[in-house]
Design a protein around this ligand. Sequence first.
Ligand code: ATP
Ligand code: MG
Length: 458
Amino acid sequence: MSAFSDPAAIQPLLEALSFSPDNLPLRKHVAALLLQAGRLAEAEDTYRVGLRQTPTDPDLQLGLAEVYAGLSKTSAAFVVVEELLASYPEHARAHLLHARLLARTGQLAAAREAYETAQHYNPALEDAELVAQLRERAAAQPAHGGPPPEAPGNAGLVIDEHALFSGLEKPKINFSDVGGMEPVKEEIRLKIIHPLQYPDLYKAYGKATGGGLLLYGPPGCGKTHLARATAGEVQASFINVGINDILDMWLGNSEKNLHQLFEMARLQAPCVLFFDEVDALAANRHDLRQSAGRSLVNQFLAELDGATRTNEGVLIMAATNAPWHLDAAFRRPGRFDRIVLVTPPDEAARAAVLEVLLREKPLAASVNVAAVAAKTPGLSGADLKALVDTAIEARLRESMKLGRPLPIEQNDLLTAAKEIRASTKEWFATAKNYALYSNEGGVYDDILVYLGIKKPSA
Ligand SMILES: Nc1ncnc2c1ncn2[C@@H]1O[C@H](COP(=O)(O)OP(=O)(O)OP(=O)(O)O)[C@@H](O)[C@H]1O
Ligand SMILES: [Mg+2]
């Protein structure tokens, strides 16, 4: 036992840290000692608090990954070390840990490669145990290690339209059916519609096209509605990949299904390929990092990159309530590099949404949507839909009693408005924390601007 692992030696340092929790060098030192001493739970806490303060510190990331590896939380260790390697591709010790994790999960070829990379960057790093393990297992297994599923080829691909997804449509709605949201619409025009319509112009100016747009925001504020309207706006086909389609993909044959989906979109071009609740497919959640899950995630990345076939004429959109759970790899250029906040509708937009919702309903002359909009700050599109449903139900009950249909009165709407609570508050409470504490490169500035914490940039 080294002097460091002596609890008596760590104790004073722990106390010192409790008095100056922001002392980063001290924190790293204490955490490393705890790790060395095998006090893994405490080491984990110490690293995690540090990462909350400085989310991208490579020492803290590596330390936490080592703790996870020690706790046999292999998937979690993968997540952290891969994130670290994404920002520090020459980090030898990270490659070494990666090699150990790969070996542990039976990915021997990849483990060997990672070990060689580690040695390339730091020849002094060695792990005799790992080398022996790799040699031993190689003897027991056919060449080229484990059986990572091959990426599906294009040759002879037969697309089975019914195999995978329910949603191939030709939407009849367009931007005029989306109340308000002018800035978001403009962003969509600029970033994905114009490049689709004028590809030569964009090429002439050397502007990159391609890549996807990620809509994020609180539930019920029109992300799905807007994606569908985007397809209608350019008279493109719309493929709506919902949560069930994504979950199906996790069950067997997943890479092939995902590939077919992209192929389908390419055949249908111009086409909007929309991944609703994309965090189910692109999350860095630990359970998705198991090696089987990895290959689906990798397939998704490859398809986005157009590595198997070009995505020309395919607008890739996705939506999520939790962009912070997306794997960092999805945000790289050419992937979901454009990320747009869809906020709850403002007053004018609420009036527009109500207008749409009350179309073709029996209305009394008293109905004034602008006045209802003024009384419903914070309500989402879905909340407004609930409001209208509540008002209709009340009227319906009256009508049954009387035995004849009664039109909806302004009062029904106002009474319903008092009953409906804004469902977006909780989301903003969570989002605010991410925007304040892990707002790398200002990705979440829009949240801070919406909440009035930050001034909009000119
Ligand atoms: N701006 C809007 N104009 C017209 N209708 C809207 C608007 N925003 C939302 N709605 C209506 O509100 C309902 C919810 O919207 P939608 O499903 O698109 O929300 P979402 O942001 O995708 O929510 P979630 O995050 O829960 O998937 C839909 O019925 C939609 O028609
Ligand atoms: Mg949705």
